[in-house]
Design a protein around this ligand. Structure first.
Ligand code: IPE
Ligand code: IPE
Ligand code: MG
Length: 256
């Protein structure tokens, strides 16, 4: 009965959800596929660009919540290696928004002790966006509160290929023996380097697929899907995902 009452509360009272969260059992690393901007706009008969802009606000809100709750790492999928297939106009809008996000948010991110990192083949991004992302990485490199990984021109398969290339060059230079290649060593050569793997992967907008995201890292990540579009995925929805995570039993292949 008590849990039923709590469930009813959950519908309308974000503060109640926050109280239900066990602060000692939050995920260290949350990954998000920021999806559904286009459909959000379409349903409102708005241009897709406005969906992406509203999605940028959701990113602000997600970063704020992670910093507030003490979640250590947030990894967001902003642009995939496959998203170049979209019309050039939409690509320009997305790159422009990335530039704008850093321009507007960098001071606040820095003052909130957020360390910004870009993961992906960022060198292939348009110069203005790349310059901003590099500026953000340099300025915030020493920050310790929250690591914000922004996946840009990111593909999980590309990431694995890039890791293989680096390891193969080390082997070719005689710096490493093939027997020394372990899962740990391989993982260190991924874009996420020394970071722990995500505990929770959130996909808004209802698709039940991975879309080439963090393929290696999510082997034992808890998956949470919701039909809510990313622009509507604000603090309350994020906390619902965290609450769902806290009810999962992670076994990593073992027994309870
Ligand atoms: C996510 O929203 C943004 C990016 C992929 C860059 P979408 O643009 O994919 O939105 P939908 O899936 O069309 O609704
Ligand atoms: C995944 O969303 C990529 C990002 C959110 C950046 P997509 O919208 O590109 O994925 P698919 O095409 O539906 O699989
Ligand atoms: Mg999409």
């Amino acid at each position: 009965m008590k849990s039923l009452i709590k469930k009813i509360f959950l519908k309308n009272h974000p503060r109640e959800i926050q109280e239900l969260l066990d602060k000692s059992r939050l995920p260290d690393h949350v990954a998000i596929i920021m999806d559904g901007n286009g459909r959000w706009a379409q349903e409102k008969r708005l241009p897709r660009a406005l969906g992406h802009r509203a999605g940028m606000e959701s990113l602000r809100s997600a970063v704020k919540l992670c910093a507030k709750l003490g979640i250590k790492i947030l990894t967001v999928y902003a642009f995939s290696t496959e998203n170049w297939k979209r019309p050039q106009e939409e690509i320009n809008i997305l790159m422009g928004l990335l530039y704008e996000y850093i321009q507007k948010e960098l001071d606040e991110l820095h003052s909130e002790q957020v360390q910004v990192r870009a993961i992906g083949r960022t060198e292939e991004l348009p110069t203005p966006a790349l310059r901003e992302i590099n500026r953000a990485q340099e300025l915030t490199a020493g920050n310790k509160k929250l690591i914000l990984n922004i996946a840009l021109n990111y593909g999980g398969r590309t990431e694995i290929v890039d890791a293989v290339r680096r390891i193969a060059s080390l082997a070719a230079e005689g710096k490493i023996n093939p027997e020394e290649i372990t899962e740990d060593l391989f993982q260190k050569h991924l874009y996420t380097g020394d970071l722990p793997n995500p505990d929770l992967l959130i996909r808004p907008a209802g698709e039940l697929r991975i879309s080439n995201y963090l393929l290696w890292q999510i082997a034992y990540t808890e998956f949470y899907s919701t039909s809510v579009y990313w622009p509507d995925f604000r603090e309350e929805e994020f906390m619902k995902a965290l609450l769902a995570y806290q009810h999962r039993q992670r076994r990593f292949g073992g027994l309870m």
